[in-house]
Design a binder for this molecule. Structure first.
Ligand SMILES: [Zn+2]
Length: 74
């Protein structure tokens, strides 16, 4: 996992989601190797994992765009 990822944003987005089946919130935990999601059931966890991947992809795209802008300014 890269340094430019904003885990605070990811955490807020994931922990604001509620399981449609059990009405429970999940817990997003940043680990040394990446992240972990504690949730009431596997299907909710899978849904949240997909969401995290999408957010990470988006943040990566933005970071790359910023890097390119910096390069071309010089
Ligand atoms: Zn659930």
């Amino acid at each position: 996992m890269s340094d430019f990822l904003d885990y605070g944003v990811i955490k807020r987005k994931i922990e604001s989601e509620v399981c449609s089946e059990h009405n429970e919130y999940s817990k997003f935990i940043k680990t040394a190797k990446g992240f972990q999601i504690n949730s009431c059931c596997e299907s909710f966890k899978m849904k949240l994992t997909e969401k995290v991947k999408k957010i990470i992809t988006k943040q990566t795209e933005i970071a790359v765009q910023k890097m390119f802008k910096k390069v071309f300014k010089k």
